[in-house]
Ligand binder design. Structure first.
Ligand code: C2E
Ligand code: MG
Ligand code: MG
Ligand code: MG
Length: 283
């Protein structure tokens, strides 16, 4: 059964009852029309530099504004889109929308930030990612250093073709980030083969860093490893100031999490993080 997750009204599926299966069929059917009906929207979560306290990037996170079910989180439909192949077109829309939005913020004189976009495995490997990225950058006019693609360890290591894709992306000048680092398939081999800019420590490690000594040790080791290989570290899912303090002591570079902000609409992120501060009047 769909449950409404707090005030955000996300539809979240928790079990696999028959009712859920019916809803999945329904969602899958509706998903086919969602692009044309313009029902997808990107929210953006700020990424804060731990040294300066300034926003350095935002991660674009897709939501589906369903006419009946309300705002649906990606956890409830990305797997369907991957199953039926729609993910490729949805992924194209996400990259284009994120770049267009970032360029728009820049043109309005906002603080320049990088926008990170999540890549699905299918999109990364089956479609011509290189051509897509080049076309989108050209169409939107966004400079390549303001786009970061988030891939998973699995994408980076599992396929021969990812080597060429990642090399070419490097030539174009977009950033590469490894999402959910340490949760998948961890081979460290790819780290020496590809230029990776950022490693994102998964929130499952961050959750327990203060209470689980093993998680603290792992986080510490990931940060040293990344720094020694010339990469920056972004911690995901930071919810408390204690977690942030711990991460800062470990020299973690960038923080993303509810402690600073939930993912926000483009307008809200612009207001709170990107638009230049108007000079204070009076005083
Ligand atoms: P992800 O890329 O690892 O994104 C981080 C997720 O953690 C987001 O969930 C975000 O809202 C959530 N999060 C951020 N800070 C906190 C925190 O402090 N505490 C907790 N508990 N959660 C936090 P969201 O937006 O539901 O996205 C879930 C996943 O869906 C993403 O994980 C990503 O794998 C996928 N996804 C999102 N947007 C896209 C997209 O445009 N394309 C593709 N292919 N996948 C996407
Ligand atoms: Mg991500
Ligand atoms: Mg992640
Ligand atoms: Mg992920």
């Amino acid at each position: 059964q769909a449950k409404l997750d707090g005030k955000d009204r996300y539809v979240v599926y928790s079990s696999h009852s028959l009712e859920n299966m019916m809803e999945e069929f329904r969602l899958e059917a509706d998903l086919r029309e969602a692009l044309e009906k313009n029902e997808f929207v990107l929210h953006y979560q700020p990424q804060i530099n731990n040294t300066t306290g300034e926003v350095v990037g935002v991660e674009a996170l897709i939501r589906w504004q369903h006419p009946e079910f309300g705002l649906i989180s990606p956890g409830s439909f990305i797997h369907l889109a991957e199953k039926n192949g729609l993910i490729t077109r949805i992924g194209e829309w996400v990259i284009e929308e994120a770049c267009r939005q970032n360029k728009k913020w820049q043109e309005a004189g906002g603080r320049p930030v990088k926008v990170s976009v999540n890549m699905s495995t299918q999109q990364f490997l089956t479609k011509n990612t290189i051509t897509l990225v080049q076309d989108v950058l050209e169409r939107t006019g966004l400079a390549p250093e303001y786009l970061v693609l988030e891939v998973t360890e699995y994408m980076a290591m599992e396929y021969d073709s990812s080597f060429l894709v990642l090399e070419k992306l490097r030539e174009i000048g977009v950033g590469i980030s490894i999402d959910d680092f340490g949760t998948g398939y961890s081979s460290l081999n790819y780290l020496k083969q590809f230029r990776i800019d950022y490693i994102k420590i998964d929130k499952s490690f961050v959750n327990e860093i203060l209470h689980d000594e093993n998680d603290a040790i792992i986080v510490n080791a990931i940060i040293s490893l990344a720094h020694n290989l010339g990469m920056q570290v972004i911690a995901e899912g930071v919810e408390t100031s204690e977690q942030l303090d711990f991460l800062i002591r470990q020299n973690c570079d960038v923080t993303q999490g509810f402690y600073f902000s939930k993912p926000l609409t483009a307008d809200d992120i612009e207001k709170s993080y990107i638009r230049p501060q108007a000079p204070q009047e009076g005083n």
